[in-house]
Design a protein. Sequence first.
Length: 433
Amino acid sequence: MAENTARKGGNLPPLELYVPEPRYRPGDLVDYSHLPVPPAGQLSRPDENCPASDTWPMTTDMIRVLDEEDQAVGPWNPGLDPETLRRMLRNMALTRAFDDRMYRGQRQGKTSFYMKCTGEEAISVAHAQALAQDDMVFPTYRQQGVLISRGYPLVEMVNQIYSNRGDALKGRQLPIMYSSRDYGFFTISGNLATQFPQAVGWAMASAIKGDTRIASAFVGEGSSAEGDFHAAMTFAAVYNAPVVLNVVNNQWAISSFSGFAGAERTTFAARAVGYGIAGLRVDGNDALAVYAASQWAVDRARANQGPTLIEHFTYRAEGHSTSDDPSAYRSAQEREEWPLGDPIMRLKKHLIALGEWSEEQQDAMDRELVEHVKAATKEAEKNGVLGHGLHHPFHTMFEDVFEELPWHLEEQAAQAIRERQIKWPEWKEEGDV
Ligand SMILES: Cc1ncc(C[n+]2csc(CCOP(=O)(O)OP(=O)(O)O)c2C)c(N)n1
Ligand SMILES: [Mg+2]
């Protein structure tokens, strides 16, 4: 057989791979001048019923409404009344106050785990404001602002975080992985990116049933590298599913920077182009821009004009979770230098510029919210905190799956209870025999 020598000889360079590397590591000075931040108000706003391709220039640009003088400008200005703006500001501040207290609760040993969404409050709160209350959200662990905006009781959230006897999920979910059918908040799954195909499937079912509710799904930019993202995009595009697909690009996926999900090649919003669906890229720290983009996509889906992929460009201001230490892998200056600012400060300054708010009112609101969260925490603590024994009775872990417990599970339950009684005889609880 003739040997294939063509590739062996010659002066071809050896093949090599490119491995992305973040710009800044701990201790590095941060300079974001490479990052294009277009002026607010410059992008045009196409009609919600436009061909998807009309939105494609917006997938590489950035929708921004709040300008440097704290004014709302341009065609994407949603023109919200001051009362709605104040409600959004309050929900964002409440989300932050709740995060702060739960973070401390974890450090005090009241729960094993917590995740904050600091710097990303505008995304969940303004998006929830644009949805109808009964639209179904498929959230990740960083959209607690959706539950808070919809008025879900804080006590219920704390009960879940403490895995206590008041926990509606009976201690079966990781803390912060809430679930509420009544509030249109699909059970949070730790298996990332599952949110996308589940939301598309739910939206398709809603359409098949002739319902009017749409679905809205969230993934982080890191999770968009999962196969689920692409399968969901295909189904959404093919069947024109009534769904909004949100990618929260907060630059980091635990200690991996966005480059490992493809951010150095193009924007996350630009992936919409390859599937032929509408795409928008928005300043995620600008609550008005998030609201405007969300409202556009929600109206489009509800009018049977199909799905929209929205990239919310933002920054994860704190650690990934209470188990993380970002000072080990990124420069602390990133947060300080972040060119899009803080979402709560920006909305506050806008309301003050409108003459509809003041620093004094903000301080009073912050104090009130701290008390509000504290009261909810105290109330939930009556149901117990982690490790204090006031969880759901042990035997309940075998319940709620089968209508009638099969014999082998009954045996296992009895054995587990017997073993626990031998190991910890002092832990007698209701239901023990
Ligand atoms: C399928 C899957 N792979 C890996 C993990 C572990 N994991 C948990 S959070 C996380 C980072 C996700 O980053 P991103 O999607 O950017 O969301 P963010 O945390 O920044 O909001 C990873 C890899 C997981 N939970 N599920
Ligand atoms: Mg991320």
